[in-house]
Design a protein around this ligand. Structure first.
Ligand SMILES: Cc1cc2nc3c(=O)[nH]c(=O)nc-3n(C[C@H](O)[C@H](O)[C@H](O)COP(=O)(O)OP(=O)(O)OC[C@H]3O[C@@H](n4cnc5c(N)ncnc54)[C@H](O)[C@@H]3O)c2cc1C
Ligand SMILES: NC(=O)c1ccc[n+]([C@@H]2O[C@H](COP(=O)([O-])OP(=O)(O)OC[C@H]3O[C@@H](n4cnc5c(N)ncnc54)[C@H](OP(=O)(O)O)[C@@H]3O)[C@@H](O)[C@H]2O)c1
Length: 331
């Protein structure tokens, strides 16, 4: 396990209700990576919630508590070792202090408390592997719940709480086997929101010549061009120099929503030709919405342009997937 620090950060769309940040991290040892890899980060919980837990149990920060086979100070246990936002189904809509106060109003003895181990959060690396520092594109996660607005632990830790320049968190590399960029093949990249990240990493590598890509096409979607077109200059420069074909879908710049799959459908003939010519398709971003709709639109294109019936189109898509010509990193 390595130790990491936030070296720099800034908001890419300040003032927006849902902010996305550029976060630069450094690690104490070199962690080699390739485009498509992610970092796994163990964040620290919000100090207010840590204090709420200490108050609830009526213990001090330095009270020694058992955590598995170890003895750990209570402050460290609540800050770094247990989940505050995630838990079993009965936990939905609560953070841990609220859950305990609601379900055990008379107090739960600390000996009976068993927290869920804190899980690392993954973030796709958004910069080329030649750089010592790793750049991340982090959307602040906030969810409206019965008990008010909840802030995501890690996204807020990285964008607001982690001290700049101080080694403060554990980090490791995560290299998904099923999200490996091809070399010397045409590439179709589809991403919404933070799903842009691995494609920026890849195109930075192409720019410096460490990966070859005969032709690349990027479909990117976000809410509003004026605020949410992250790294605009980089993408526009690639497009102007003929290094990249670019189609943008800004969902909230007009009365009706336009998403990446609408842009894909508009370009279906040419896109189909790219696929016939051997292009690999890579998708990154929201699993619940975007990735499902992109999947459906690709099947529809196969039906219309490839003259397949629905079940043939679906098995064609599955075979692309098995051949690693249709890869997804979705969350
Ligand atoms: C392979 C991979 C790559 C990723 N890459 C990136 C990236 O590049 N950039 C990025 O910003 N994120 C990325 N993520 C997501 C990231 O790992 C975290 O999940 C995200 O930042 C939220 O973590 P958090 O700790 O801030 O929120 P948490 O503290 O985990 O809070 C989330 C809380 O909200 C609740 N919740 C979740 N969804 C809902 C909902 N719809 N309604 C109500 N409550 C809900 C959960 O139950 C949980 O309690 C990636 C994920 C994966 C798996
Ligand atoms: N931070 C939060 O509060 C929040 C909110 C939503 C999701 N999330 C989660 O956070 C992760 C990253 O989110 P993100 O900020 O990178 O971007 P995102 O929420 O995925 O949004 C990026 C773009 O995708 C659009 N979109 C919505 N539904 C779509 C669909 N069915 N098909 C195609 N595009 C669609 C959005 O449009 P519209 O927004 O105009 O519909 C927006 O323009 C995801 O896992 C997501 O589930 C977080």
């Amino acid at each position: 396990m390595s130790v990491g620090r936030v070296a720099d950060r800034y908001c890419l769309n300040p003032g927006r209700p849902r902010q996305t940040w550029h976060v630069v991290i450094e690690t104490d040892e070199k962690l080699p990576f390739k485009p498509g890899d992610s970092v796994a980060i163990w964040p620290k919980n919000h100090p207010e919630q840590v204090h709420a837990l200490l108050d609830y149990f009526g213990i001090a920060e330095d009270t020694s508590l058992a955590h598995g086979k170890e003895m750990v100070p209570a402050g460290e246990l609540f800050s770094e070792r247990i989940e505050i936002n995630r838990g079993p189904k009965s936990f939905e809509g609560y953070d841990l202090p609220t859950f305990l106060r609601t379900h055990y109003p008379k107090g739960l003895p600390i000996e009976e408390f068993q927290g869920m181990p804190l899980r690392p959060r993954l973030y796709s690396i958004a910069s080329g592997s030649s750089f010592d520092k790793k750049e991340l594109l982090v959307a602040q996660a906030q969810y409206e719940c019965e008990h008010g607005m909840k802030q995501g632990v890690c996204s807020y830790y990285l964008t607001e709480r982690a001290p700049i320049g101080k080694f403060d968190f554990s980090v490791s590399m995560h290299s998904p086997r099923k999200f490996c960029f091809p070399s010397s093949m045409p590439l179709i990249m589809i991403g919404a929101g933070t799903g842009m990240a691995p494609f920026r990493s890849f195109m930075q590598e192409v720019e410096i010549g460490s990966i070859s890509c005969p032709k690349a096409w990027f479909f990117f979607g976000e809410q509003q061009e004026e605020y949410d077109y992250f790294y605009r200059d980089f993408w526009e420069s690639l497009k102007e120099r003929g290094r990249l074909r670019l189609d943008l879908a800004f969902s909230r710049d007009q009365a009706t929503k336009i998403y990446v799959q609408h842009r894909i459908w508009e370009q279906k003939k040419e896109l189909w030709q790219w696929i016939i010519d051997g292009a690999t398709i890579m998708v990154c971003g929201n699993a619940q919405k975007m990735a499902k709709d992109v999947d459906s639109i690709l099947a529809r294109i196969a039906m219309q342009e490839g003259k397949m019936d629905e079940s043939t189109a679906l098995s064609w898509l599955r075979s692309l997937h098995h051949e690693n010509r249709y890869m997804r990193d979705i969350y």
